[in-house]
Structure formats: structure tokens, C-alpha cells
Ligand binder design. Structure first.
Ligand SMILES: Nc1ncnc2c1ncn2[C@@H]1O[C@H](COP(=O)(O)OP(=O)(O)OP(=O)(O)O)[C@@H](O)[C@H]1O
Ligand SMILES: [Mg+2]
Length: 228
């Protein structure tokens, strides 16, 4: 069965679409069949999908609250991984996606506004968990991290958040022009700058996501409770 991963945040512009496209393409290049459901009003992932020529990578556009569950059902038939690129803020499409997610990735920059809004998103995931009556593992991921430089304000937010009990990815999305260039080219850094730090960065994030999903699958596998 396919794993559903939503990219969600109450904050706009925190790299949800960049990560959905980057990680989705990376997974497809690794051999997974990937369907990216584009529920972002700006449809940048769909435009990337039109340009991309990556086998087993398809982007379904114009996903909204009225059709997301149907689109997910259809995607289940072919996909190993279903990624959902959600719009910023809270919305019915987000509630539906979160309730159906096996994992939620919450991107946040090292800013107090992003951190506050990330915590709102954590609360939305908790609500979705109540609605669906099963655990929805989630993790924050720091985004647009400046290589080699951390401002005092960014450091303060990072340290404050370290004390808050929400899982955080150890890999972070660095601030790099290549992550903007992806959308011009319809390619990810692994294709246009192989071996570069950006390709390595996306590979590390993708590996961490896959590791999380594998752990969830192990926990849910029948008989694991008895074996534990
Ligand atoms: N790691 C990065 N390095 C450089 N630029 C980035 C990075 N991540 C995002 N950006 C830029 O920041 C802007 C917002 O990113 P993106 O669209 O991915 O955020 P979003 O969370 O999907 O926004 P929205 O809430 O509007 O859907 C874009 O212009 C994007 O190119
Ligand atoms: Mg977006």
C-alpha cells in the first residue's frame, strides 16, 4: 500500500512546494512510483510536472477539498508514495489530507513566525488524529537554512524549539538558488548538478523521510506487537 505524506504548515512560503517537488522527484529517481497531489492554489508543482521527464513521477493538479479523497484513492492503485502539497494556512483540504496521512512533514524557517505557525500545524495534526482515531506521526523540518551562517535571532528560535517536544528532522533544507532553479528547469539538482551539495541535501532529507516511513510500516505490520 502506498504511504501518504503531506507537506503542511499554517505558514505560507515555508518551502512546502519546494520540498514536495524535490523529495517527490528524488523518490521517483530512486525507483519509487510517486504521485504528487497538488492542492496548492499556485499550482507550481503541476507546472514542474509538465516540464519534468522523470519516470514514475506524476503530478495531479487542481486538487481541492471536493476531490482529494477520490484523487488519493486513484493514486493508491499505482503509487508507492503519495505526496500532498497543501496550501498555506488551515483549510478543509488540509484536514482531509492530514486525516489520511501516514506522515506529515511541517517545514519551518528559523523565525519566530514560522515556529509559532508550525506549532499551530502540529495542533491541526493532533485534531486530525482525533478525527481519524489513529496516530499520525509528524516532524518539523528546518528550511532555507543559510549555509555557514546563523543569525542571533535564528539561533534563539532553534534553541527554543529544541526544548519543545515535537520531532524534528536532523537534515535541514539549505537556502540555495538551485532549489529555485528546479522550477525553471523541471529537474532536480541530482539531474542538473549531480554530486553537488544541493543534490546531497535533498538525498539526505529523502532518506530521513523514507527511514521514518519504514519505521511506521514496521510498527503497523501484523504480528510485530507479539514479536516485540
Ligand atoms: N531552500 C530554498 N532555497 C532557496 N529558495 C527557496 C528555498 N525554499 C523555498 N524557496 C523559495 O521561497 C519561496 C516559497 O517557497 P515555496 O513555494 O516552496 O513555499 P510554500 O510553503 O509552498 O508556499 P505557499 O504557502 O505559498 O504554498 C519560493 O520563491 C521558493 O523558490
Ligand atoms: Mg506551496
Amino acid at each position: 500500500m502506498a504511504a501518504v505524506v503531506s507537506l503542511a504548515s499554517a505558514k505560507g512560503g515555508c518551502s512546502k512546494t519546494t520540498l514536495a517537488v524535490g523529495v517527490g522527484a528524488e523518490l521517483a529517481l530512486d525507483g519509487y512510483a510517486v504521485v504528487l497531489l497538488d492542492a496548492d492554489l499556485n499550482q507550481h508543482a503541476s507546472k514542474f510536472g509538465e516540464k519534468a521527464t522523470i519516470p514514475n513521477f506524476s503530478v495531479i493538479g487542481e486538487v481541492d477539498e471536493s476531490n482529494i479523497l477520490q484523487r488519493m484513492k486513484t493514486a493508491y492503485q499505482t503509487a508507492d508514495m503519495i505526496l500532498v502539497d497543501l496550501p498555506g494556512g488551515s483549510s478543509m483540504v488540509a484536514v482531509k489530507a492530514l486525516t489520511k496521512s501516514h506522515f506529515v512533514l511541517i517545514p519551518a524557517q528559523h523565525s519566530i513566525m514560522d515556529a509559532r505557525d508550525a506549532m499551530k500545524t502540529v495542533a491541526q495534526v493532533d485534531d486530525a488524529q482525533e478525527l481519524g482515531r489513529y496516530d499520525i506521526p509528524r516532524s518539523l523540518i528546518w528550511t532555507r537554512v543559510m549555509p555557514g551562517f546563523e543569525s542571533a535571532a535564528a539561533k534563539r528560535v532553534r534553541i527554543d524549539m529544541e526544548n519543545i517536544d515535537v520531532p524534528k528532522f536532523s537534515s535541514r533544507l539549505m537556502h540555495r538558488a538551485a532549489f529555485q532553479e528546479m522550477f525553471l528547469r523541471g529537474e532536480v539538482p541530482r539531474q542538473f548538478k549531480p554530486g553537488g551539495s544541493e543534490a546531497e541535501n535533498l538525498a539526505a532529507i529523502t532518506a530521513e523521510l523514507v527511514g521514518n516511513i519504514e519505521r511506521i510500516a514496521e510498527r503497523q505490520a501484523p504480528g510485530t506487537e507479539a514479536a516485540a
